[in-house]
Write a protein that binds this ligand. Structure first.
Ligand SMILES: Nc1ncnc2c1ncn2[C@@H]1O[C@H](COP(=O)(O)OP(=O)(O)OP(=O)(O)O)[C@@H](O)[C@H]1O
Ligand SMILES: [Mg+2]
Length: 348
């Protein structure tokens, strides 16, 4: 007799088999994938160079033939398998922490992976690209007391350096977000080079930080596209629960679109399994399926579900400050070692 857990596991397997065959997971109709003419993907906004456009992702037609969604998904899958998560990459590195699913651990990972890297001696900047400002408050910065924020760096060309704040952790800095950023999603639509605003802002501090971690909002809109266009790598947190797998195909396609149209060097460098609850069979099965499918891209160290990790932000502290010997602190320390691959600090 099948149990609810078996049902969920078999649904999870079905999603992975669709990913395996590189079919779009959330395709509403097969037409777009087969036509190969142009991809219009709801939810996202990409790319134009100037003119106001619709708030959907549209891929320019003309010039070189536009790959179909299925081709892009296949390419994304191949890119995924190319390089393992713990390879040593040259510094400086810019990582976008992205997943359009809400509540999968993006901000927790940005804050605590950033703190772990800072503890290893790297100079780290966290860019809060989410109007919810969770990374900002989670690092103890009060958004109300700020003279400028990421919004000003993106929309008003205020030097991003002017808004960077120190945190309780040595070597760890934050470019804070305020609720103004919610307006940027709309204000960016008619802007010139609207997808490259963050990249331009970060160019002005090129080389000042070993790691820049961009905490993306839970959407595939223009703010996330700015995050992907500014990054070298994408890190995808995946919650170890069934529904967290939905939308992964869409995310991979969007990464591929940004790579082909805006940022050729972009690659998915790591998948981080979050909120792993060892007591549930489903968490184990999902983690195993993700590993079977994405191989060495999946970080060896996974993040356990622990109450201490969810308490730390309300104290404005990363877990390594809030409870340095907790399981969450140990997990993020180990992840920081794994993601850095032990790259030597540039400052020596
Ligand atoms: N490993 C964990 N164990 C327990 N709670 C966690 C863990 N990771 C994150 N949480 C909690 O889960 C919630 C969602 O996490 P988080 O804010 O990091 O996700 P997110 O992907 O950034 O969300 P959003 O999409 O809204 O930006 C938060 O309340 C957070 O404290
Ligand atoms: Mg978040």
């Amino acid at each position: 007799m099948s149990t609810p857990s078996d049902d969920l596991a078999s649904r999870a397997r079905a999603i992975f088999s669709r990913l395996r065959s590189a079919e779009p997971v959330e395709e509403r109709s097969g037409d777009a994938a087969e036509s190969g003419i142009s991809a219009t993907v709801p939810e996202a906004t990409l790319p134009s160079t100037a003119a106001p456009g619709p708030s959907v992702m549209t891929v320019p037609v003309g010039g070189s033939p536009t790959p179909s969604l299925a081709q892009m998904a296949r390419q994304a899958k191949e890119d995924f398998e190319a390089t393992p998560a713990d390879v040593v990459r040259p510094l400086p590195r810019i990582l976008a922490i992205a997943n359009q699913k809400g509540g999968v651990g993006k901000t927790t990972t940005a804050v605590n992976l950033g703190a772990g890297l800072a503890e290893l001696g790297y100079r780290v900047l966290i860019v809060d690209l989410d109007p919810q400002s969770n990374a900002t408050t989670g690092l103890g910065v009060n958004a109300r007391n700020l003279e400028s924020s990421v919004y000003d760096a993106i929309m008003n060309e205020t030097p991003i350096e002017d808004c960077i704040e120190p945190t309780a952790v040595r070597n760890l800095f934050v470019a804070p977000a305020t609720i103004d950023l919610a307006g940027a999603e709309i204000e960016l639509v008619p802007a010139f080079s609207r997808e490259l605003k963050l990249r331009r802002a970060l160019d002005t501090i090129d080389g000042e930080f070993d790691y820049t971690l961009i905490d993306c909002p839970p959407s595939l809109g223009l703010l996330t596209v700015n995050g992907l266009a500014a990054a070298d790598e994408v890190v995808v947190p995946i919650q170890c629960e069934y529904y967290a797998l939905e939308g992964l195909g869409q995310l991979l396609r969007n990464v591929q679109l940004v790579q082909s149209n805006l940022n050729p060097k972009l690659e998915v460098s790591a998948i981080i399994l979050t909120m792993y609850d060892a007591r549930t069979k489903l968490a184990e099965q999902v983690a195993q399926e993700v590993r079977d499918h994405f191989g060495p891209k999946v970080c060896r160290n996974l993040v356990p579900r622990t109450v201490r990790l969810s308490e730390a932000p309300s104290f404005g502290q990363p877990i390594i400050v809030f409870d340095p010997s907790s399981r969450g602190a140990i997990a993020y320390r180990e992840l920081a070692k794994e993601v850095s691959g032990g790259a030597p600090q540039r400052s020596g």
